[in-house]
Structure formats: structure tokens, C-alpha cells
Design a protein around this ligand. Structure first.
Ligand code: ADP
Ligand code: MG
Length: 448
């Protein structure tokens, strides 16, 4: 076998082995050079190269090896250094932007994701105000709504919109100084700055920006010191007419133990709530997500998924990818039957009355760990995963809120609960072993 003429044969193999991570824009990838066992793949921009590096490297290596019959490693490169998927090509812009990305990755591990742009966000009555205000803010940062505060429960698109603002602003103005991070990262950097006696450095980093975007600010609850620092950061930016965009899983008033002066500042600009999407919007999201992956989804299946999964938009995506992955693995066509079989246990969560104790008992028994350890403080991997699975299943199978789950699993903060759920949610899609374990536990909890 020899070096392929173009990338098509590689893409075909990658699509077959890893459909969930494939995107319609893969057809823009080009084969670069092949030297010393290293295959270069040219990407449209830095964000897409970052995406491939993070999500698809192994699939590309496998495909390249099977086609060339050699030991090959793969590198994703982008000639155009812009951050955004539809990026600006100007040389000086490219230089500045790439410098910032280094700067961003240096201390802020929020990597921009090519999927999370305005074009891929479906607007419905549930999120119209939030979407419109994000578009307005990115058109004219600092001049419209300041601060902009988005809130809504988990999986309804807050982080997607924040990414979209960030991408859009940088695309239009590569010189803009944008800082985008989670509140947890903000708090951790603050604590680190104190311990290293470098508060001025920290303050400099956050007060000299044009746009500060902070995700999940409910993380500030009960954190007095960080609230104090956040207050001063806020004032410095606000007084300098710099844009501030925040998100949380509840409105400013509902963030427990948040200083009154912060609550009131968070409401100075625009507070936009995101509600759960209605059926038509869910269906449109399913189509959008399928198209993004290059799948042609039959109407009846898009409708079926939108009917069956009503809680969290992220689960719509999970459903699409598992249906296509299953079809790929078994060589079956994507049919309603297949979708039915696959989404079986998610069909009617409201009818299932599983209680929390049953879940924790089943998980403890399955992994042969002690109940006390699941609820305890231990951080060993052997206990963390079972603990996270308890939270994940509680969210899926009971009507418990994040707070309730947190209280019941060793008084954990609800953001911890949220991250645990997200983590397992991802794992059940990416890791076959975990997916199988979770399915087996579900059968223990709810014998067919
Ligand atoms: P949140 O931050 O509110 O928990 P995310 O922004 O992480 O939610 O969204 C979860 C997933 O759902 C993401 O993959 C996101 O792209 C998708 N999503 C949510 N709302 C929409 C929407 N209106 N249109 C398209 N995708 C959406
Ligand atoms: Mg989020």
C-alpha cells in the first residue's frame, strides 16, 4: 500500500469508525505532506485543528495506518491561524489571534469548539431573548446590555451562546481582548494568585480586557473571598465600559449566599432566561445536530427523538450519535425501529419512580464499594466514577434537582453534581465500557 492521493479514503474510514465525532466540514480537510511517518492534515482554521487533535486523532491515525500499511502519526495543521471556524484571513489578524489563543490556553483551558457558533444555534421562543441579546452584544460589545446575564437549567445552551459570542467577536475584531472562562477557573486562579502572593498579576489579567465572559457564576455561592474579588473586577470593567457576559443555572436572586451588591450588579444590564425548548425547537435542534455530522436524518426519526427526549438538549445529541453509531456498528439502516430500541429506557422518565437509595445501593453493589465511600470525600478514581454515576442516574431516573442530589451524596455543591453528570454523560457516549456498565446498573435498578 502507498500514500493516498487525497484524503477521501481516510475520511471514509474515520466516518465508519467514529461517526459521532465526524462533522460535515471534514470535506474541507486536505492532505498535506507525508514525511518521516508523519502525515499532515490541513485544516481550515485553528479551532477545527484543535477539535480534531482533541477528538479525532486516534481515528485518523488508525485510518492512515490501515490505508498506508505503515506506522503513521498524524498532525493537524492550519495555515490560517484564526480561532473561529469562519475566521478572518488577514495576516496580522492571524498573528494576534493566535497569540491570544496561546495566552488563553496558558491559564484558561476553555478551548473554543467549532460547533458552538451562532449559525449552529437553533432559535425558538425558549431562547429568543437570550440569543438576540448575545448577538447584540457581539455586534457592539460594551454598548448594549452590560452586563448580559444568561440563566437556565443545565443543557439549554448557555455555554453554546457564550462560545458563540466569543467566536463572533474575535472573528470580527481579532484585536479584541476577550477572556472566557468558567467561574470555577476564575475562583481557582484567584486562590492560586493569593497563595503565590500575586494578586496584582491576577487583577491585571482580568481588569485589562475588553470582554470578560464567565460561565456558571453560581459557583460563587458561599465563596466570600472570591465574591469580593469578583466585585472589584466587575466594577473595574464596568466603569471602563467593558463588556461583561455571565451565565448561571438560576437567576441572580436565586444564587444562594451571593452578596446583595453582586446580585444587584448582575441585574444592571439584561437578564435573559432560557427555557426548555418546545417540541418544534427540539426537532429543529435534532436536524441541526444531525446535519452538522453529515447525517441525513429521516423526518420520523427526528420527530421521535424530539418526542422522547424532553429534558436536556445535550441528550438529544447523545441520542442522534448513539443511533448512528449503532447503525454503523451493526450495518443496519437508520430506522424508527432502531431508534425505538435504542432510546427504550429513556422513553418515559416521568413514569419511572426510582428512589435515590435504590440507585446508590445498586451502584455500590455493582462496583463493590461501600456506601460510605460513595458519600465520602475520597478522591480515588475507583470511587469517583461510581459516585458520578450515582449522580448521573439520579438525574436521569428521578425527579431530583441538582441541589437535592448534592445534599444526598455527601453534601456536595450542585455545580459538582452538574459537572459529574456532564462527565458521565460524555463518557457514556465516548467510552463503551462505561456505557455498558451504566446500562447494566440500570437493569439492576429497573429489571425489565
Ligand atoms: P448549558 O451550558 O446551558 O448547560 P450547553 O450550552 O452546554 O448547555 O448545551 C448543551 C448542548 O446542547 C450543546 O451541545 C449545545 O450545542 C446544545 N444546544 C442547546 N441549546 C441549543 C440550541 N438552541 N440550538 C442548538 N444546540 C443547542
Ligand atoms: Mg454550561
Amino acid at each position: 500500500m502507498s500514500f493516498p492521493e487525497n484524503i477521501n479514503s481516510i475520511l471514509e474510514k474515520v466516518k465508519a469508525s467514529d461517526p459521532k465525532n465526524c462533522r460535515a466540514w471534514f470535506n474541507q480537510l486536505r492532505l498535506g505532506g507525508f514525511e518521516g511517518g508523519l502525515m499532515r492534515i490541513e485544516c481550515p482554521d485553528k479551532t477545527t485543528a484543535g477539535y480534531l487533535e482533541e477528538n479525532c486523532k486516534t481515528s485518523f491515525i488508525r485510518a492512515a495506518q490501515s490505508i498506508t500499511g505503515r506506522l503513521v502519526s498524524v498532525e493537524f495543521i492550519s495555515n490560517d491561524n484564526t480561532l473561529t471556524p469562519t475566521g478572518n484571513n488577514s495576516k496580522s489578524a492571524a498573528k494576534k489571534t493566535s497569540a491570544r489563543q496561546d495566552d488563553v490556553t496558558d491559564d484558561v483551558p476553555y478551548r473554543l469548539h467549532p460547533d458552538l457558533i451562532f449559525d449552529n444555534f437553533v432559535v425558538g421562543s425558549c431562547n429568543r431573548l437570550a440569543h438576540a441579546s448575545c448577538v447584540a452584544v457581539s455586534a457592539s460589545p460594551g454598548n448594549t446590555y452590560n452586563p448580559l446575564f444568561l440563566h437556565g437549567s443545565v443543557g439549554l445552551g448557555k455555554t453554546h451562546l457564550l462560545h458563540a459570542i466569543c467566536c463572533d467577536i474575535i472573528r470580527k475584531n481579532p484585536d479584541a481582548q476577550v477572556r472566557f472562562l468558567t467561574c470555577e477557573q476564575f475562583v481557582n486562579l484567584f486562590i492560586k494568585a493569593i497563595s503565590e502572593n500575586n494578586l496584582p498579576g491576577f487583577q491585571q489579567k482580568f481588569r485589562n480586557v475588553d470582554i470578560l465572559i464567565i460561565d456558571d457564576v453560581q459557583f460563587l455561592r458561599n465563596r466570600e473571598g472570591s465574591q469580593e474579588e469578583f466585585f472589584h473586577t466587575f466594577n473595574a470593567l464596568y466603569d471602563g465600559r467593558k463588556q461583561i457576559v455571565l451565565s448561571a443555572d438560576c437567576s441572580p436572586d436565586e444564587i444562594a449566599d451571593l452578596q446583595e451588591r453582586l446580585v444587584s450588579r448582575f441585574k444592571w444590564g439584561l437578564v435573559a432566561r432560557i427555557d426548555a425548548p418546545a417540541h418544534e425547537t427540539r426537532e429543529a435542534i435534532v436536524r441541526k445536530k444531525a446535519a452538522l455530522r453529515g447525517f441525513v436524518i429521516p423526518d420520523e426519526i427526528a420527530q421521535f427523538i424530539a418526542t422522547k427526549i424532553t429534558s436536556n438538549t445535550r441528550e438529544l445529541e447523545g441520542a442522534i450519535t448513539s443511533i448512528y453509531a449503532m447503525a454503523q456498528a451493526t450495518g443496519e439502516p437508520v430506522t424508527l425501529e432502531l431508534a425505538r430500541n435504542l432510546l427504550g429506557y429513556e422513553q418515559s422518565p416521568q413514569k419511572q419512580s426510582v428512589d435515590f437509595t435504590t440507585i446508590v445501593d445498586a451502584v455500590a453493589k455493582y462496583y463493590k464499594v461501600r456506601l460510605a465511600d460513595i458519600k465520602g470525600k475520597g478522591r480515588h478514581k475507583s470511587i469517583i466514577v461510581p459516585r458520578q454515576i450515582c449522580m448521573y442516574l439520579a438525574r436521569k431516573l428521578t425527579p431530583m434537582s441538582l441541589e437535592e442530589i448534592g445534599v444526598n451524596i455527601g453534601r456536595r455543591d450542585h455545580t459538582t453534581v452538574m459537572h459529574s453528570i456532564d462527565k458521565i454523560d460524555l463518557l457514556t457516549r465516548d467510552d463503551k465500557v462505561i456505557k455498558k456498565q451504566v446500562d447494566e446498573i440500570v437493569t439492576l435498578i429497573k429489571p425489565a
